[in-house]
Design a protein. Structure first.
Length: 95
């Protein structure tokens, strides 16, 4: 991960449509809060939305947004951290 000498505010969109969706959102927020040197400033309400442009029968999503302040990673480093969480903790691949 690429650290930055500057600190940034990042808005991270979360979504889950498989398994225990509420637990997935809660776990994702906990994992984001573990990012060293930053803190979660605000968390939006959780909204249920229909799956769009996906196969018929795809379950609806729960969605939320997290505002993180003091992020010490550049955009690429933050993306890599988020992808690591998806792969390691949610068994999700980019395919």
């Amino acid at each position: 991960m690429i650290k930055s000498s500057q600190k940034f505010t990042a808005f991270i969109a979360l979504g889950s449509n498989l398994g225990d969706r509420n637990a997935n959102i809660t776990q994702a927020i906990a994992l984001l809060s573990a990012l060293q040197g930053c803190r979660i400033e605000k968390i939006s309400s959780v909204y249920e939305t229909e799956a769009v442009n996906m196969p018929i029968g795809t379950p609806p999503f729960l969605n939320a947004v997290v505002c993180m302040v003091g992020v010490g990673l550049d955009a690429q480093g933050l993306l890599e951290y988020l992808q690591l969480i998806e792969q390691r903790d949610f068994n999700r691949s980019d395919k």
